[in-house]
Design a protein around this ligand. Structure first.
Ligand code: DQA
Length: 143
């Protein structure tokens, strides 16, 4: 079965409690449950990973080079700062979908710039938790 790595970046473990007016009321566990259900229907395997640490995310992406058929990533705050995560994504030769719950372009100017967008195959933002399911459907089609 194709294997898809889903990476949730810093503070996304606090979803549900964290600025629900911006990020919604769904917790990360609930999002992962919905992803797992959809993955079963699409016949793909998921590796779900959350970290608050840049280096751990880099390590996980490096491991995906030989282990994953696609990557879905919400780099959270690292979206706007991390050359290291961008460089790691450049190692991949598989589809990459960048997901943001909020519409980063409607928010503070420092969020308008993503270091990942031109490395990713596509980006989904502003659709809340549903964006992850759309990303999963997209990669299932692409692989
Ligand atoms: C986010 C947007 C980022 O700017 C922010 O730092 C996050 C979450 C989103 O999903 O909307 O932590 O990636």
């Amino acid at each position: 079965m194709p294997k898809i790595l889903v990476i949730h970046g810093p503070n996304l473990n606090m979803l549900g409690k964290r600025e629900p007016e911006v990020y919604g009321s769904e917790g990360l566990e609930e999002i992962n449950t919905h992803l797992t259900e959809r993955a079963q229907a699409l016949n793909v395997d998921l590796d779900l990973f959350q970290s608050n640490h840049e280096g751990q995310i880099v390590d996980k992406i490096q491991a995906a080079v030989s282990q994953s058929n696609a990557v879905i990533i919400n780099p959270a705050a690292f979206t706007h700062t991390s050359v290291a995560i961008r460089d790691a994504l450049l190692l991949l030769e598989v589809p990459i979908i960048e997901v943001h719950l909020s519409n980063i372009f409607k928010r503070e100017p420092f969020r308008h710039k993503s270091l990942m967008t031109d490395v990713a195959t596509g980006q989904i933002c502003g659709l809340g938790a549903h964006g992850y399911l759309l990303a999963l459907e997209a990669v299932a089609k692409l692989i």
